[in-house]
Design a protein around this ligand. Structure first.
Ligand code: FAD
Length: 418
């Protein structure tokens, strides 16, 4: 025991990004005593994720937050592909909604986070503490213990039964546990430009397949629009980020967009990484802390393989829901953390779904992910539905359909030692 002032809770959620906010909402739905600690004074204000998938929207619905978020989304969009000469040679349309939502919708991360934060107010069992940094976490047989630095620099100790580290890609908690991320960082770098004030009503992504400068223009709600430009060999980030360079790049595609307010411009390098374990005893990793996926592997284009190491926001929030009974159910059933580390290969990597199944073998109907597992197909294939409309011979209309092996679900999961 330290001499610090101390308090207790059942679950400490570290980080109020989309993942932590989602975890806290779900724990609140189950009446679990939860403290959500976020070092920043508020949720994000700057544009980050702009594309949200069907599983994430389903999670919003599960939390009772979809209907109020809906007016601030652009639900269901596809992609049109343009050659270097400017002709549209392929279209991918948002024609399937296997989970009740289109695979890809446009949103604003600051709006979503504010919405999730507001949702927490429904739950007396959840305390959200902003301007509060979790300095360290340790665990022993009696539980987990976090040292927290509250607003004004006051240090205190928080005892809890479980910790969910939703502390982002650089996750200090993951690092303190010595959990390694494997994978790679793409050598390509991209310039990401966010705009505000667009009146362009075109609702699909424009993909500019121009070898001299591959680029994308993504639609957004509320007059937002994002461009992504690949950096070419020999280019300097500083030069490219100059406003004049950015506006010149935009002007290649739209004179209107070249005049809009730029809300963010940043050079981004994509990572495809996954943590070797997603938990350590009483400590869970979730969201970017557990896995990172490059942006161009966008939701709606993602292959849904049974052990898809999905990531970014979609996986974080979908995974947050799938791991819901992790802390919540363990608390209800008074299970011990040893049940959680019974995984024969030393931990869970794969989807949060696998993690959950491995830990508890819930009956299928009861398992929150069981419903997600019900659609028979899981793969995504450019399949037999490629149509070339006779009137527009140079255009392809491509539909995706789900195919492939069934997703693992509770009923199919191998038994594990309790
Ligand atoms: C430019 C850009 C574009 C992107 N585009 C997309 C996109 O189109 N689609 C998509 O799905 N994703 C996109 N992403 C990624 C997406 O934003 C992240 O996947 C998402 O924010 C991850 O959520 P998270 O909650 O796991 O982590 P984060 O959002 O990183 O949140 C982690 C939180 O933990 C807090 N924290 C960290 N350490 C501590 C501590 N010790 N104590 C207290 N608090 C702590 C941080 O302050 C932070 O608020 C983009 C990201 C960027 C930067």
């Amino acid at each position: 025991m330290s001499d610090l002032p101390s308090s207790q809770t059942d679950v400490l959620v570290v980080g109020a990004g989309p993942t932590g906010l989602t975890v806290a909402n779900i724990l609140g739905m189950h009446g679990v005593r939860t403290v959500l600690a976020e070092r920043n004074p508020s949720t994000v204000g700057e544009p980050r994720a702009v594309s949200i998938d069907d599983e994430s929207l389903r999670t919003m619905q599960y939390m009772g937050l979809y209907e109020t978020l809906r007016p601030r989304l652009l639900v269901g969009y596809g992609s049109h592909y343009f050659s270097a000469a400017g002709s549209c040679f392929a279209r991918v349309l948002p024609e399937v909604a296997d989970y009740g939502f289109p695979r890809r919708s446009a949103f604003r991360q600051p709006v979503l986070e504010a919405h999730l934060r507001e949702g927490l107010q429904r739950f007396p069992s959840v305390t959200a503490r902003f301007s509060t940094t979790v300095e360290s976490v340790r665990q022993d047989d009696s539980g987990a213990h976090a040292v927290i630095v509250a607003e004004g620099g006051r240090r205190e100790e928080l005892a809890c039964r479980y910790v969910v580290a939703c502390d982002g890609a650089r996750s200090p908690i993951r690092e303190s546990l010595g959990i390694v991320m494997s994978g790679s960082t793409y050598s390509q770098r991209w310039l990401i430009v966010d705009l505000l004030g667009s009146t362009d009503r075109f609702r699909h992504t424009r993909v500019y397949c121009d070898p001299s400068r591959p680029a994308l223009a993504l639609p957004g709600p509320e007059g937002t629009r994002r461009y992504e430009f690949m950096m070419m060999p020999g280019e300097q980030a500083d030069t490219l980020l100059e406003e004049a360079s950015v506006r010149a790049l935009l002007a290649r595609h739209s004179s209107e967009d070249a005049r809009l307010e730029i809300t963010r411009k940043v050079i981004y390098q994509f990572h495809a990484r996954i943590a070797e374990r997603w938990r350590d005893g009483r400590i869970f990793l979730a969201g970017d802390a557990a896995h990172l996926t490059p942006a161009l592997r966008r939701p709606g284009h993602e292959q849904r393989c049974p052990r898809r190491p999905q990531s970014r926001l979609e996986a974080g929030r979908g995974g947050a829901r799938r791991t819901r009974p992790g802390p919540a159910r363990l608390l209800r059933e008074r299970a011990t953390p040893s049940r959680l580390v019974a995984d024969p290969d030393g931990g869970d990597h794969g989807t949060g779904h696998d993690a959950q199944v491995g830990a508890e073998r819930l009956p299928r109907a009861e398992h929150p992910a069981a419903a997600l597992a019900l659609p028979a197909g899981t793969g995504l294939r450019h399949a037999d539905e490629v149509q070339a409309p006779a009137a527009i011979p140079d255009r392809l209309r491509i539909r995706f359909r789900r195919t492939g092996a069934p997703r693992r679900h509770a009923a199919a999961a191998p038994a594990r030692a309790a």
